[in-house]
Design a protein around this ligand. Sequence first.
Ligand code: ZN
Length: 282
Amino acid sequence: MNYKDCHIHVIPLDRIKDEFKRALLPKTSKTYEEICSSPKKLIETMDNANLEKVAIMSYPSPETHGMGMELVYFVIDYCSGYRDRLYPVGSVHPSMDVKDIITHLEKQYSDIAAIKLHPVHQHFKPNDYREEESGLKSLEVIYEFASDNNLSILFHTGTSILPNARVKFGDPLYLDDVANDFPKLNIIMSHGGRPFWMDKAFFIMRRFKNVWLDISGIPPKRLLDYFPRFEIIAERCIYGSDLPSPGVKGLKENLEEFLSLPISKELKEKIAVKNFDKIYRT
Ligand SMILES: [Zn+2]
């Protein structure tokens, strides 16, 4: 039992907006509802799936799920009893004051494995710090904090069908600026721009050695159709499920599907075991 899942979500279902919950719930199972209220249940589910570690996303998004920074602290608290197996991924909102951003990043710093930003649910472009874009200085502050403190940043790329998601912000090409301007920052491109920007995601992966691909949210069976030259970038890929996204049957089912792909055992081990500790602070 040493597999690792780099990307799942745990949300207090009674505290999110009704419309978001309605959009999410038909796709979630009873088990998922239990997981959200009990870390012990998640550990049991992980044991059953052969998973040693999972990383749990959080991000404030008044625009979509309706929660602010309290979601980040909920996830940190949720993981606190099992820190050898549950890894909270923190966040801030780029629309916050620079002062508040620094305060919150410093407060989270000792607890988090990485930082998550969700352009599609937080309504910004990852390169908005640039003058020719919006000159949004708060983004620069977040990237510098992460870079200086050796914390990776995950960016959601690709679509989302949840209420008030703005898909245009999910274009992986915006990461070209970020990778150019912050060469020491470890960038994790979540979902590889699926389902229609994989060519851009592949280009970014090849161009920048500090960019990693989190394959969560891509049905494992489709991975090699989405990325026909997968082996070229596979060394910097990390396995994740994106529970409870549509199409993710469960932690165990998703992992088994990935492990049955026709790629080498060595690569599978890098992607689903070793790379987790390389990109996350564990
Ligand atoms: Zn996700």
